[in-house]
Design a protein around this ligand. Structure first.
Ligand code: ZN
Length: 362
């Protein structure tokens, strides 16, 4: 009996001990779990705080490559507005809201950046009204005629450039000899040049674009001559003090369209008097490369909508994002950040060039 009772007591005592042990283990485990949870929470809070303080805001745009050097190639960067994929799933940075702009097949042939040449004739579907350049008549320059029509935004910049030239030099002899031409005018010029070259088509077409293939149809191209106060007329060759115009026209949105080194691509002889309006930033980007416009249009295709975009900071301080969208036929969708300040132009070839002005505080 005694022995049996003793054994029972021992067993009961053992049981209690085991229960105590289990209780202790459970309590210890709970404690460890609680501590781990507190540590995890602390780490999460600290890392979230650090991230918020170090992640660059879209406005804190890193300085562009082009700001640091005057390399002819245009600086490219990864998209600034696209927040880098965060490792922290806790980040609640909202995706920039997008809007979709739909453009049509016909829109490929419209816009101030269209390429116009023999392979890409003008479709005569401009989406801007021309104005009479005579509106800006001043003593800073002359006109061969009144009724010389030109795109309004380009007229304003042309006037600004020629007034600046006049203020620098006191030379008011620039004569605007040709702006917009309709197809009949181009045909007339072509015919008379053909006659002048005794029917030599090849030579004629080096100097005069085929009707329909002239940039003058767009109301974005202008030819200068020189007309002195003595009533003498000269060709404008962009030399001497006039060189300032050819060297600085990009600031006003113009390019010297037919370069002497690119006649094999443009098909047109060197014409230092022929200026084409593209507007900023495109005239400026072009001025930093040795591309002719045909090459520039091709170059922009290497910045597609779904790929790396071209970023550029102008001398004005304005910052731009540029990309190309291939036309998908009757309807093409272009995705932009909601509220973006942009313009879309057809390239008159196979797609669209989108130019976004980035407004930041940098
Ligand atoms: Zn011309």
């Amino acid at each position: 009996m005694e022995t049996r009772n003793y054994v029972r007591r021992r067993q009961a005592a053992k049981k209690r001990k085991r229960k105590r042990m289990i209780r202790r283990v459970v309590v210890a485990a709970l404690l460890v779990a609680a501590i781990a949870a507190v540590i995890a929470l602390a780490v999460w809070i600290i890392s979230a705080f650090i991230d918020r303080n170090t992640e660059p805001k879209p406005q804190d745009a890193p300085v562009s490559v082009t700001e640091q050097s005057s390399e002819p190639t245009v600086g490219t960067e990864t998209a600034l507005t696209e927040p880098t994929e965060s490792e922290e799933p806790v980040q609640t940075e909202p995706e920039t809201e997008k809007e979709t702009v739909t453009v049509t097949a016909e829109d490929v042939k419209k816009g101030i950046l269209i390429l116009v040449n023999r392979q890409h004739p003008f479709a005569f579907t401009a989406d801007y009204e021309l104005i009479d350049l005579f509106t800006y008549k001043s003593s800073a320059y002359k006109f061969r005629d009144d009724g010389m029509m030109f795109a309004p935004f380009a007229s304003e910049k042309l006037n600004e450039m020629l007034v600046d030239f006049y203020n620098r030099t006191g030379n008011g002899d620039i004569n605007i000899i040709s702006t917009f031409r309709d197809i009949e005018t181009q045909q007339r010029i072509y015919n008379s040049k053909l006659e002048y070259y005794n029917g030599n088509v090849e030579t004629t077409e080096k100097w005069v674009a085929l009707p329909g293939a002239s940039e003058h149809h767009t109301g974005l191209a202008v030819d200068f001559g020189i007309y002195t106060s003595d009533g003498e007329s000269y060709d404008y060759d962009g030399s001497g003090e006039y060189a300032w115009i050819n060297e600085n026209c990009w600031k006003y949105g113009f390019i010297v369209r037919y370069d002497s080194a690119k006649t094999d691509i443009t098909g047109i002889a060197y014409e230092p008097w022929h200026f084409r309006y593209l507007g900023l930033p495109h005239s400026e980007i072009l001025s930093q490369t040795d591309f002719c416009y045909e090459e520039y249009i091709a170059y922009l295709k290497s910045y597609p909508q779904d790929g790396e975009h071209l970023f550029f900071t102008s001398y004005t301080g304005d910052r731009y994002e540029i990309f190309y969208v291939r036309s998908e036929g009757e309807k093409t969708e272009i995705k932009l950040d909601k509220g973006a300040d942009y313009f879309i132009s057809g390239n008159n070839d196979d797609g669209f060039i989108v130019t976004v002005t980035l407004h930041g505080d940098s």
